[in-house]
Design a binder for this molecule. Structure first.
Ligand SMILES: NC(=O)C1=CN([C@@H]2O[C@H](COP(=O)(O)OP(=O)(O)OC[C@H]3O[C@@H](n4cnc5c(N)ncnc54)[C@H](OP(=O)(O)O)[C@@H]3O)[C@@H](O)[C@H]2O)C=CC1
Ligand SMILES: O=C(O)C1=N[C@H](C(=O)O)C[C@H](O)C1
Length: 247
């Protein structure tokens, strides 16, 4: 496999490069900075010259939109791990997937894929229970709540077949509403990523927690996705399709 890694000097960019090199892949880092060999370079030119099998992108929403547009132009599949897109940016990614294969996931760990299923199952089995979500990440994280937290909240809504009011933190005199879901965000140190979904009711509490212990887990999932996506036709793909084919 030959992959281009954008945001090559970022926390995830560095981890993805190392993991791909360990697999023996041909890795081409692309960065805005001159901290990588070959310095800052135009992505479109790199894609045209080197024809990689896929691009792996963990950057910022505005940067990912540009990257995926360049991939669409060059016909190179794109794996996107970036989070924090607004609706317009998300539409731009989806639009590009009409002309190239795009796979976006807010979390490339297999444990979180399982957690999503468990949350749907718990919501369906525990009607009327209060649900609260807490996520913790390192101090360098920009977006809140995390992309994974938003995906977990969507899973709660899907299982309830209704959109819950998402209450971000609580302060002052305020009684909890029946259907609301509390969302709590913590930023501290270098916590790699923790998500907890709590269900309470009927004199009991159930918590489902996922904790990433290294960024390598995300890099491994993204590289598995890149290998799966290479050579696929244009379209919008989901990480669950990669995992299902693996099972
Ligand atoms: N889906 C998943 O499993 C995971 C997703 N993420 C997501 O990946 C994204 C990146 O996370 P992380 O690696 O921690 O972030 P970092 O801030 O460490 O890295 C982001 C990199 O993006 C590049 N970049 C491109 N354009 C810009 C710009 N305009 N301003 C700043 N940087 C820019 C820079 O690299 P350079 O200078 O080299 O171009 C920068 O280092 C986040 O959205 C995060 O939520 C994180 C972990 C797992
Ligand atoms: O920024 C991070 O670090 C992470 N971001 C992703 C998210 O927003 O959900 C995934 C993971 O939790 C790490």
């Amino acid at each position: 496999m030959r992959v281009v890694v954008t945001g090559a000097t970022g926390r995830m960019g560095r981890t993805v490069r190392e993991a791909a090199e360990e697999r023996g892949w041909d890795v081409r880092p692309v960065s805005r900075s001159d901290a990588v060999e070959d310095g800052p370079e135009d992505l479109a030119a790199v894609l045209a010259d080197e024809r990689p099998d896929a691009v792996v992108d963990f950057t910022l929403p505005e940067a990912s939109v540009e990257t995926v547009a360049a991939c669409a132009e060059a016909g190179v599949p794109a794996v996107v791990g970036t989070t924090g897109f607004d609706d317009g940016q998300f539409d731009a990614l989806w639009g590009a997937s009409q002309s190239v294969a795009v796979l976006h996931a807010p979390n490339f760990s297999r444990g979180v894929a399982v957690l999503l299923g468990l949350v749907r199952e718990a919501v369906a089995a525990l009607p009327g229970y209060d649900v609260e979500l807490t996520e913790t990440h390192h101090r360098g994280k920009r977006d809140a709540p995390s992309g994974t937290a938003n995906r977990l909240l969507d899973a709660v809504d899907e299982a309830r077949e209704t959109a819950a009011e998402r209450v971000h933190g609580r302060r002052g005199a305020h009684l909890r509403g029946d259907g609301e879901v509390g969302v709590h965000v913590r930023r501290a140190g270098d916590v790699r990523g923790e998500h907890e979904v709590l269900f309470a009711g009927n004199d009991e509490v159930l918590t489902l927690t996922h904790r990433a212990e290294s960024r390598r887990v995300f890099a491994a999932g993204a590289l598995d996705a890149a290998a799966w996506l290479a050579g696929r036709e244009a379209g919008w793909y989901d990480f669950s399709e990669v995992l299902n084919d693996d099972a």
